[in-house]
Design a protein around this ligand. Structure first.
Ligand code: ADP
Ligand code: MG
Length: 598
């Protein structure tokens, strides 16, 4: 077999497009090639389950190896999956944009068990190899009994060559002759980093193998340097005895090469760099708190425990799995920065994609696996996709359910969380009114009395003193005077001091028609003003009016504003002689103008 041909779409224009447009991040070729290798294994496993590959032992162990050879500037992605016949190479590789994954799925659709764990979609991924290589080869042997090995190579992404292959074991080796653009990925640590980024949860064990030509650079064969001593021995032996034993062990080891070989055989299997069965795929009932916490620490590099979490596990009408964590707020931080990692069938896509992830969730930390979402689609297309909206409402509902459940289950514990999660939920309610409607009875106000109350509780408690009015504090230090006066009168105000509270106050009013939300220092008519009992003497009235006019003129003159209205009132307070107040409306207007930079 020997064939030459021309890739079957206008490929001269094609590669520059792939390079510049389709993938913005160069390291994505790793995601594409390793996910193809995983797909190859997943497909074969499916065939085995369906009884279409009975010649393969049921306990076959599958893996993907990324081989790095810096000296030769070669990188290989090796799998022992389904492999390809030369016909399949022609169909799936030479016809660009013809996805073998889609083909496979439609072919086995009826037989398959419903969940398509296959990653490929577009039939373009393979060509991302040319972002970092100027020559790519495929060596492959199909799983089909009696299949012939096939080889494909393409030096410039335009002309390919096909020939008989040499591979004797089932599976595929993709060889990249790495170009200058990709040299950095020959570095083990760089490759490790990229694999951790995209492939940390791919479904097949992944390993890196480093090959080097230079004898001296060859890593010294791993000698077992551990001293083998049992616990009982350790308790009885002295330090010198332990050292003597260690030396004796070493001597025995070097004496008999056979002995050491046996030792190596006993060694545990090397660990893959990925976790092929991530926690979010397990059934929530099978996961322990320890597992959830450990997963959180590992994925988000956060040493603190999360407050609580929500395990999303939906199969119908669309698939969505994931875990959302509510983190503890870091002291002294106004802005919480969350991180929502998006996956599709265990393949990492990106962090914090606003178009897919409900915006309010971006304050949380979590993983979302949405296999029904295409890997590479324009973000504006996603916004218009009904899928995103459906996912949004599902998540919103889950979050609301969790909050209500916590609120009902243990009020004290719930209040303990509130300082950490309050900001998130206030923000969430404003972003997603549906969320507010679902959780409004669990939203708390922390008050100057040092208690937590729902809006309803606050209104009910204070209705004798001021009906349908919520007072609030924006700065406990600055408004300490007012707080003291409030307390003197047996009044309380909500403490709303975080940045999200400013808009939240207006939002509360909007959602509770008839309720006025007012800053503690805005207007004292209801609360702190001395109400004059009975008829005032005409003389006093006149005196007050005169004082008011004089004061108004004074303020008008100083501030240069002829329209200023100034009014003097009598205070109930005992320890305060005078204070200047600004009405709630005027203040909000000013704040709005400030916000718009006027
Ligand atoms: P997609 O994965 O979206 O189908 P790709 O361009 O990534 O598109 O790959 C094209 C096709 O080539 C795959 O669908 C598959 O049929 C075949 N292929 C690629 N890599 C491998 C591999 N390692 N083993 C078997 N088949 C492969
Ligand atoms: Mg692919």
């Amino acid at each position: 077999m020997n064939e030459k041909g021309n890739l079957s779409i206008n490929s001269e224009n094609f590669l520059p497009i792939i390079k510049k447009w389709l993938y913005t991040d160069k390291d994505i070729f790793i995601r594409e090639l390793v996910s193809n290798a995983c797909d190859a294994v997943t497909k074969l496993k499916k065939l085995m389950i369906m009884g279409e590959a009975d010649h393969i032992p049921a306990d076959e162990s599958f893996s993907v190896h990324v081989v790095l050879n810096k000296d030769e500037k070669i990188m290989q992605i090796v799998d022992n999956g389904i492999g390809m016949t030369d016909e399949e190479i022609k169909k799936y590789i030479n016809q660009i944009a013809f996805s073998g994954a889609t083909d496979f799925l439609s072919k086995y659709e009826e037989k398959a068990d419903g969940d398509n764990e296959i990653i490929g979609h577009f039939g373009l991924g393979f060509y991302s190899a040319f972002m970092v290589a100027d020559k790519v080869e495929i060596d492959t042997l199909s799983y089909l009994p009696g299949a012939a090995a096939a080889k494909w190579s393409c030096a410039d992404g335009i002309d390919y060559e096909m020939a008989d292959g040499t591979r004797t074991e089932r599976g595929t080796t993709i060889t990249l002759h790495v170009s200058e653009d990709g040299e950095e990925f020959l570095d083990e640590s760089k490759m490790y980093e990229a694999l951790q980024k995209y492939c940390a949860f791919m479904p097949v064990p992944i390993f890196i193998d480093v090959i080097t030509n230079d004898e001296e650079k060859v890593e010294p064969e791993k000698k077992d340097n551990t001293i083998h001593i049992s616990q009982e021995e350790a308790a009885t032996l002295t330090k010198d005895e332990i050292l003597a034993k260690a030396n004796k062990d070493k001597a025995e080891e070097t004496e008999s090469a056979e002995g050491s070989e046996k030792e190596e055989e006993k060694e545990e299997e090397p660990k893959p760099l990925n976790d092929p069965s991530p926690l979010w795929l397990k059934q929530p009932k099978d996961c322990t708190d320890e597992e959830y916490k450990a997963f959180y620490h590992k994925v988000f590099f956060d040493l603190n425990d999360p407050l609580f979490w929500i395990h999303l596990n939906m199969d119908y009408p669309f698939r969505l799995k994931g875990i959302l964590y509510f983190p503890k707020l870091v002291e002294q931080m106004d802005v919480v920065e969350g991180q929502i990692k998006l996956y599709s069938n265990q393949v990492y896509i990106a962090d914090n994609i606003k178009e897919v992830v409900p915006e309010f969730l971006l304050l949380l930390k979590g993983v979302l696996d949405c296999p029904d979402m295409p890997l590479n689609v324009s973000r504006s297309a996603l916004q218009n996709d009904g899928y995103v909206e459906k996912m949004n409402s599902y998540i919103t509902k889950k979050v609301a359910d969790k909050l209500n459940q916590l609120f009902k289950a243990d009020r004290t514990a719930y209040e303990g969380f509130w300082d950490d999660i309050g900001m998130f939920f206030k923000y969430g309610c404003m972003r997603e009114e549906k969320l507010y409607d679902k959780i409004k009875d669990a939203l708390l106000l922390k008050t100057t009395d040092g208690v937590y109350e729902t809006v309803a509780e606050y209104l009910e408690k204070n209705k004798e003193k001021h009906e349908n009015k919520i007072f609030f504090v924006t700065d406990e230090a600055q408004q300490a005077q007012y707080i003291r006066m409030f307390k003197e009168q047996g009044l309380e105000a909500a403490i709303l001091t975080s940045p999200v509270d400013k808009p939240f106050v207006s939002f509360l009013e909007y959602k509770n028609p008839g309720v006025k939300v007012q800053r503690i220092d805005a207007d004292i008519t209801d609360t702190l003003q001395e109400k004059t009992e009975g008829e005032e003497s005409e003389a006093k009235k006149q005196a007050d009016a005169f004082a008011n006019t004089q004061m108004e003129n004074l303020f008008r003159g100083v501030l240069g504003n002829e329209n200023l209205k100034v009014k003097a009132e009598n205070l109930k307070a005992q320890n305060v002689s005078a204070m200047i107040l600004l009405s709630e409306e005027s203040r909000r207007m000013m704040e709005m103008m400030e916000a718009y930079g006027d």
